[in-house]
Design a binder for this molecule. Structure first.
Ligand code: MG
Length: 244
């Protein structure tokens, strides 16, 4: 099978997490076999904006696969790294408490007052008050940095869970979009893919990206020269097919 040969020939394997390497944060057996067979050649590339790298490494370790945190590439953490690069005076961060802690550890000064940068991650405590503060910060000229453009993700109970993109839509509805400088870090933008290739010391054309979302995984990876393999979905392969 062509996809299986592509994986065997690739110097590196980039794996999406949600719906690919794991379902509802539970690593899938087929994904674990794939990673165990190439323990130094894979990286996780996820649009997750609510967890830090250790969470994923722990989940994989429970499944018997060891991965250094440097090979877990996350939209949330990459967004904080990008925020630090922008050297804001004050950052308003909308995100989970653990992402706030990560941001502080990176040296970002978090404040909801007079922020010159708004960082939007999947904030499970999103509120009217925060929306008001963030919208007015943007109106005063703050830049907006967003973790990912995804509107929803599925839950274990098959519910729709609002994602970072849904919060971005709410925020941008409150302002004149053309007046705001918006940067989205997660897939389909190139940052995560390039970071993963860097972590594995390969060029994009030497790697394959395995994902379940044509709009983010494939649309983002293909223009960089990465070989893309779509799993699940109509007419697509299953991960089991790839390791059979
Ligand atoms: Mg996915």
């Amino acid at each position: 099978m062509e996809a299986r040969r592509a994986i065997a020939e690739a110097k590196a394997i980039l794996l999406d997490w949600d719906g690919c390497a794991a379902i509802a944060d539970r690593p899938q057996p087929a994904a674990l076999s794939l990673m165990a067979a190439r323990p130094q050649a894979f990286a996780i590339v996820s649009n997750n904006t609510s967890h830090v790298r250790g969470f994923f490494a722990d989940r994989l370790r429970t499944g018997g696969v060891l991965v250094e945190p440097e090979r877990v590439i996350l939209a949330g953490i990459e967004t904080l790294l990008r925020a630090r690069q922008l050297a804001p005076r004050r950052t308003m961060l909308l995100g989970t408490p653990r992402m706030e802690e990560a941001a502080r550890r990176m040296g970002l000064h978090l404040s909801n007052d007079e922020a010159d940068l708004v960082v939007l991650l999947r904030d499970t405590r999103f509120s009217y008050a925060k929306l008001t503060q963030a919208a007015n910060a943007l109106r005063r000229g703050a830049r907006l940095l967003v973790g990912n453009p995804d509107r929803t993700h599925p839950s274990a109970e098959d519910l729709v869970m609002p994602e970072t993109g849904a919060l971005m839509a709410a925020l941008l509805t409150c302002v004149e979009p053309s007046s705001v400088e918006v940067e989205v870090v997660g897939k389909p933008n190139p940052t995560l893919f390039l970071r993963a290739c860097e972590a594995l010391s390969v060029r994009p054309e030497e790697a394959v990206m395995i994902g379940d979302n044509p709009d983010t995984d494939v649309a983002g990876a293909a223009p960089l020269g990465l070989r893309c393999i779509l799993v699940e979905g109509p007419g697509a392969l299953s991960l089991e097919d790839l390791v059979a």
